[in-house]
Structure formats: structure tokens, C-alpha cells
Design a protein around this ligand. Structure first.
Ligand SMILES: NC(=O)c1ccc[n+]([C@@H]2O[C@H](COP(=O)([O-])OP(=O)(O)OC[C@H]3O[C@@H](n4cnc5c(N)ncnc54)[C@H](OP(=O)(O)O)[C@@H]3O)[C@@H](O)[C@H]2O)c1
Length: 255
């Protein structure tokens, strides 16, 4: 078994939405590998990694994203790893036409444009790194285009296209850009969203695990492990990819 305990030693990382859920697990995984880590969110939560520097802010606005990026660089003095993870949306059981216009805009701001703005603000610093990596956390598979979450799914689809284009643009600079698409992963935010669906269907909250070919929902750490691979030198020849970490749901779930 290889020892990865020091693979991020000397590397500086920023995880957006790192105060809980998947972002917190990614931040903790980078910390465990020896990275210096800054996380951002609007507030701290129970599972916020204590070893990371927390910067408070709303990343869904232009000013918020730019202010966070400035503070990240002031704190770290540079950056090697950027994880664009912050994301969420409200469910509208009435279907896509019931999603108010401002929520379409909010969904784009938080789930797509926050990544664009943060990346743009940090790109000059990332170009100074000898082995920079960006990982964008998306959504996909059968759940991403459900009508009650179509604003969210469409924003994540935009993120996927952006990630691929950015990977092509930055490859000559040796900056790698990859996407990780989690499936049904147990987190505080996603659990709340899924409860709206299970309540409406009249099934127990845990029922969704049965939709997953591997027979259960995922854990945030299982997503963080793939993000760590892509951010590390183990992933040095990988760019422009979208890894589904979903217990087989997107690839074989409906076949
Ligand atoms: N868990 C799943 O099943 C699943 C499936 C597919 C994709 N994903 C994606 O995985 C990522 C993480 O999701 P999660 O399940 O871990 O969600 P979560 O438990 O709700 O965590 C989301 C994180 O983003 C932060 N955040 C939310 N809105 C923000 C804002 N406006 N400004 C700054 N920070 C903000 C939250 O902190 P504050 O609220 O305190 O700001 C929190 O740290 C998201 O991009 C999500 O779309 C998750």
C-alpha cells in the first residue's frame, strides 16, 4: 500500500463550500495529505475542518467571489489547488415552470458563475504554480435533469462545458482541470433536498439508496478520495475528464 500522507506537502489549496458535506471532506482529505487549506462558506458547521483556515463570504455574487479570492491569496500567498465545490438549489415540486426567474439566476450564480469568477480571480496565481490543478464539483446522471431541480441541473451542465473548455485552454500552461460528479451522497444539504422528494413520494428518507446499483448512498469521503487523486501528482496526466462517483448510477442505473 502506498503512503499518501505527505502527497500535498507544500501545496496550497482553496475549497469553496468547505464548511460541511463534500467540501469539508475534500478539505480534510487535503489537510491529511499535508496541504495548507483555506475553505470558504457563509458559516461554519459541525463538520467544518478545524485544521483549515475559514473565510466567511457569499460566493454567489461577483463581489463576494472576488473578495474571497483576494483573501485566499493574502492568507496562502499563492495557490496550487482550487476546488470549486460550493453549490445548492431549492426544489420546486411544481416542475420547471414553477421555478421563479430569480431562482434560475441564483442557481447559475452559485452553481456555475461562482466557479468561473473564482477561477478567473485566482488564475494569475495558479499560473505561478508548477503543478496547478482545478477540480469542479458538478452534478449529473438521472437526478440532474429532474424538473423540480432543472435550474440546478442546467447550471451544472454549464459548469461541465466550462470545465472542458477551460481544460483545453489551460493545458498548454500545464494547469489541469477536471470535474467530479457525485451521485447520491449523504450530506446535510443534499439530505434536505432529498427529503423534499421522499416526503412527496411518501417513502422513507433512506429509500433512495435502493436506486444505486452498488446498493447504498455514498459518503463524502468517497468523493473526496477521487478529488484528491485528481488534485495530486498521481493524476498528473489527467485533464478534461468528468469522473462520476455515484455507485454506478449514471452508467448502469437504468440499464
Ligand atoms: N451530496 C450530493 O448528493 C451531491 C450530489 C451531486 C452533486 N453535489 C454537489 O456537491 C457539492 C457539495 O454539496 P453538498 O452535498 O456537500 O452540500 P452541502 O452539505 O449543502 O454543502 C454546501 C457547501 O457550500 C456552502 N455554500 C452554499 N451556498 C453558499 C454561498 N452562497 N456562498 C458560499 N458558500 C456557500 C455551504 O456553506 P454555507 O451554507 O454555510 O454557506 C457548504 O459549505 C455541490 O456543488 C453539490 O451541487 C452533491
Amino acid at each position: 500500500m502506498q503512503d499518501f500522507s505527505k502527497e500535498f506537502s507544500g501545496r496550497k489549496a482553496f475549497v469553496t463550500g468547505g464548511s460541511r458535506g463534500i467540501g469539508a471532506a475534500i478539505a480534510q482529505r487535503l489537510l491529511d495529505g499535508g496541504a495548507e487549506v483555506v475553505i470558504s462558506a457563509r458559516s461554519k458547521h459541525e463538520d467544518t475542518p478545524a485544521g483549515a483556515t475559514f473565510i466567511k463570504g457569499d460566493i454567489s455574487t461577483v463581489d463576494g467571489a472576488n473578495a474571497l479570492a483576494r483573501e485566499v491569496l493574502e492568507t496562502l500567498g499563492g495557490i496550487d489547488i482550487l476546488i470549486n465545490n460550493a453549490g445548492s438549489a431549492r426544489v420546486h415540486l411544481g416542475g420547471s415552470a414553477a421555478i421563479p426567474d430569480e431562482e434560475w439566476l441564483d442557481a447559475l450564480d452559485l452553481n456555475f458563475l461562482s466557479a468561473v469568477r473564482t477561477t478567473n480571480a485566482l488564475l494569475p496565481a495558479l499560473k505561478e504554480s508548477s503543478n496547478a490543478a482545478i477540480v469542479n464539483i458538478s452534478s449529473g446522471g438521472p437526478n440532474a435533469f429532474l424538473a423540480p431541480l432543472l435550474h440546478y441541473g442546467a447550471a451544472k451542465a454549464a459548469l461541465n462545458t466550462y470545465s472542458l473548455g477551460l481544460a483545453a485552454e489551460l493545458a498548454p500552461k500545464k494547469i489541469r482541470v477536471n470535474t467530479v460528479t457525485p451521485g447520491l451522497v449523504v450530506t446535510p444539504g443534499a439530505d434536505e433536498i432529498r427529503k423534499v422528494f421522499t416526503d412527496a413520494m411518501g417513502v422513507p428518507e433512506g429509500a433512495m439508496g435502493g436506486m444505486v446499483p452498488l446498493g447504498r448512498m455514498g459518503q463524502a469521503l468517497e468523493v473526496a478520495e477521487v478529488v484528491a487523486l485528481l488534485a495530486s501528482d498521481r493524476g498528473i496526466w489527467i485533464t478534461g475528464q468528468n469522473y462520476f462517483v455515484d455507485g454506478g448510477m449514471a452508467a448502469i442505473g437504468k440499464k
